[in-house]
Design a protein around this ligand. Sequence first.
Ligand code: ATP
Ligand code: MG
Length: 456
Amino acid sequence: MKNSANLLLVDDDERLRTAAGKVLAAEGYRVVGAATGREALEKLKQAAFAVVVSDLRLPDLDGIALLKKVREQLPESEVVMITGHGSVENAVEAMRLGAYDFIQKPLDSAALLKTVAKALEKQRLTRENRQLRRQLEQRRGVEALIGDSPSMQGIKQLIRQIAPTDVNVLIQGESGTGKEIAADALHQLSGRHERSLVKISCAAIPETLLESELFGHERGAFTGAAATRPGKFELADGGTLMLDEIAEMSPQLQAKLLRVLQDGCFQRLGGTKDIHADVRLLCATHADIPKAIAAEKFRHDLYYRINTVQLVLPPLRERREDIPLLAGHFLQMFAGTMGKDVGAIAPAALDQLLAHSWPGNVRELNHVLQRAVALATGDTITDFAFAPTPTTGAANQETTSLGSGISIPIGTTVEAATRRLVQATIEKCAGNKLKAARLLGIPPRTMYRHFSGLDQ
Ligand SMILES: Nc1ncnc2c1ncn2[C@@H]1O[C@H](COP(=O)(O)OP(=O)(O)OP(=O)(O)O)[C@@H](O)[C@H]1O
Ligand SMILES: [Mg+2]
């Protein structure tokens, strides 16, 4: 049987009910009728209905009230309203309140069947999307790192091996190569997974604040320290602490961190009590630390402490065989979240992906797919657009020429204009926010503070 969904048909006109009921039943639907709003509510308590088709005007409770009840109590069900002549305004109001669609009297069988079928299709897609999203969210551990290339297999194997140990890991890789996912996996596969994974970026926070963020402070330790606050080390006790962008840490703080790692204890700012925290440390950076050591910007003794094992995530351009798999993953993910029926990438478009240099690595691929799915009109992506690449195509360079511009119409608020500029610059830098902040001439923290919620 092609249609077996349960439908509730609500109308006080018995003739209409019988006629419409027959048309729907002939298609295989199971139809239950109700003559009043109250009767409909009773029936809704007794069984689940995929679609409620209801007259807008009912003798007791009107169709809008019924619609509100259904929306509140049965969010899965769709509601189609039947309207009389001249009540289109009410129908529009009903749609604003969540009705799927409306059909006008006199009831046309074909229109009725088509609307019900479309409502059911929408329901099916919503359900499918939810399921997909759940599946994608469930990717945990190394499964979240998509890629089958020999280098990615090696990375996953190493993660599995070292995760259960307590060794400090230095995760290195260009921006967008998946350092944060690797850190998540190391924590999830460790014996510490039931405790917290606390993350802090050393780049986004000014030095003095970073110290108190890491080690906490006592009340009155500095102006504005109105209450005692534990730091990230304490919060991560028993769990894992991820120090992101570790190369951005000032030499003074590097010295303090080194002492904490040597002694195994620390004091809150303004405090005298030694605090012990059992923390496994994961540090991440896109910088070349040996080079920073040579330039005397990073302490070699700290480097040896945080670098018991090194995990180096390869740039995407060095493992192009992973591109189709990653592209397929992002395609499915974005089609699911955007509710679009895009399921394929044309061979010529895939060639574009394979030929690109990917200065922003997997994050850039993620954004390219997101844009392509958003703009797709058919079921196949035939063309990809790339953000203009930095001048030499090499990743993580210090400067980027902003060739193209953005146009901002007169009347745009300064705040909205700033947001657009920041967003466009981040895109231009292939998602590298540090580089974007540098180009914009603002401290990264300003960007993070004002524009948190941009991207992820
Ligand atoms: N192997 C991968 N499989 C699936 N998604 C990935 C992979 N690598 C990166 N991503 C995705 O790319 C984006 C960036 O990843 P992540 O934040 O881990 O990068 P990162 O190396 O920490 O970059 P940055 O140095 O800029 O912080 C995220 O959306 C992440 O989900
Ligand atoms: Mg990161």
